[in-house]
Design a protein around this ligand. Structure first.
Ligand code: CO
Length: 475
């Protein structure tokens, strides 16, 4: 035993093994802690530091950033990406893409998925991480194909969840399918922070043994397992891990970059990250953290550890949604009943991973089942669409009695939902006419019609104001 351990460390000393670090402060940390409200001008001053810190990549776009730019920050998301690229010339830029949902909450036609990725590539994207909420590979296929055709790195993600059917073998099978589809790396994406160190170790080992691709591990600190889970994942051979600069880390965000780099370097791993520069990056973001704490946008509660997710096997964010829902209906005393009903609804739906939009669907249904006193008396239109097969294939078997009750004689669709959608890009372009100044505007519009329209209007008004102001200056 002793010699095995010394051999392990000696081997590390001979040949320092490389572990890549992806910094998430601009995307996931921003999204998980402050509802994606970080505007470009606030992080602009840190970009050159982020670029020279030695990160493998900067996760800086995708997820909720696109919607948030248009909806709350009055920013053109495409412009943001181009501006980041202008400064960050040495570090790969990375985004998160929700497969056929792109950056929204419903399925888009294939031509939109392809155009979107082409334009992201033109604006400077290097790595696209692609996932589907149900791990239905048909919803990843087109995005993966276009990512490769655009010459970018396609990282295929497995949504990690715990259920009787999500076995180690099933996850390894998903990894094989992603490889066969052309993925350049496999990402284990643990949205809820429920993957334990042991589960991470076993899964990374199993994938590495079967699939000859780099493995990326993404988790959250929510339940307090994050750092342990990443350390064991690296020990099992993970090539890349996601972390967040310390003042924007922990809680619902990622584990702290500096601590992971410090610990890994001691074990003989080479991260390439310069600890003096990460100190400067943290110094830069600290006053911003203070500002968000003061304004209330950063709630200290989200930075603490919440272990309920381990007990109930549901994400922390979903639990707080359930509590809020019940409070609003003055039925908080029913919480235990709803928590008992949640896994039953999930089972009826064929064990979907509890990630957006499935977490909301399951939670709302469980609440309705308890509060009405009759299971599936009220069913949301999203659950009906899900039962029809419009979100893709359920991971497990959907309760046939439920399908019969809701759909009657209607047969659920077995094909790919996006195949039923007409191409939409040209049509939207013609419809918009001169309101859209570029193809990128057209894509923003197709993704979020009302929000984009409001944004275009505000942009126009702002420019008119500036013109008047300039004229007055001349006078
Ligand atoms: Co995440």
């Amino acid at each position: 035993m002793y010699s095995a351990i010394t051999n392990f460390y000696n081997r590390r000393k001979d040949k320092r093994m490389k572990v890549n670090i992806t910094e998430t402060v601009l995307r996931d940390a921003n999204q998980s802690l402050i509802a994606t409200r970080l505007p470009y001008e606030k992080f602009e001053g840190a970009l050159s530091l982020l670029d020279k810190a030695g990160y493998y990549s900067l996760e800086c776009w995708g997820g909720a950033t696109f919607d948030s730019c248009l909806r709350y920050l009055d920013e053109d998301p495409w412009e943001r990406l181009r501006k980041i690229k202008k400064v960050c010339k040495n570090t790969k830029l990375q985004m998160l893409l929700r497969g056929q949902n792109i950056l929204g909450y419903k399925h888009y036609p294939d031509d939109i998925v392809r155009e979107f990725i082409k334009h992201a590539a033109d604006c400077g994207m290097d790595i696209i991480r692609i996932f589907d909420a149900l791990n239905d590979m048909r919803n990843i296929q087109v995005a993966m194909d276009q990512t490769k055709k655009s010459g970018l790195h396609a990282s295929g993600a497995i949504c990690y969840t715990i259920s009787p059917i999500h076995t180690l073998e099933k996850n390894v099978q998903t990894a094989r399918e992603l490889r066969d589809m052309g993925a350049d790396s496999i990402c284990i994406k643990d949205m809820a922070g429920i993957m334990s160190p042991k589960e991470a170790y076993d899964l990374v080992k199993a994938i590495k043994a079967e699939v000859d691709l780099p493995v990326v591990v993404h988790t959250h600190s929510t339940t307090g397992l994050g750092s342990m889970t990443l350390l064991k994942a690296v020990e099992a051979g993970a090539d890349t891990i996601d972390t967040a600069i310390s003042c924007f880390s922990n809680g619902t965000s990622q584990t702290p970059t500096e601590s992971l780099v410090y610990a890994l370097e001691q074990f003989g791993y080479e991260t390439g990250v310069d600890q003096k520069i990460t100190k400067e990056i943290n110094d830069y973001f600290k006053p911003i953290q203070d500002e968000y704490l003061k304004s209330g946008l950063l709630d200290p509660v989200v930075m603490t550890t919440s272990t309920e997710a381990l007990l109930y096997q549901i994400p922390g964010g979903m639990l707080s949604n359930l509590v809020a829902q019940l409070k609003a209906q003055k039925a908080l005393d029913k919480l235990e009943d709803v928590l008992a009903e949640t896994p039953r609804v999930r089972e009826d739906l064929g064990y979907p991973p509890l990630v957006t939009p499935m977490s909301q669907m399951v939670g709302v249904q469980a609440t309705a089942n308890v509060l009405t006193g009759e299971r599936y008396k009220n069913v949301s239109k999203e659950v009906v669409a899900y039962l029809r097969g419009e979100y893709g294939r359920a991971p497990g078997t959907v309760n046939p009695d439920l399908v019969k009750k809701i759909l009657g004689d209607e047969e659920p669709m077995t094909g790919r939902y996006a195949d039923t959608l007409e191409p939409a890009f040209q049509k939207a372009k013609e419809e918009l006419g001169s309101i859209a100044r570029s193809d990128e505007d057209v894509l923003s519009y197709v993704a979020f019609p009302q929000v984009a329209e409001k944004f275009f209007k505000a942009r126009e008004e702002k420019e008119n104001r500036n013109v008047k102001y300039t004229i007055r200056e001349i006078d």
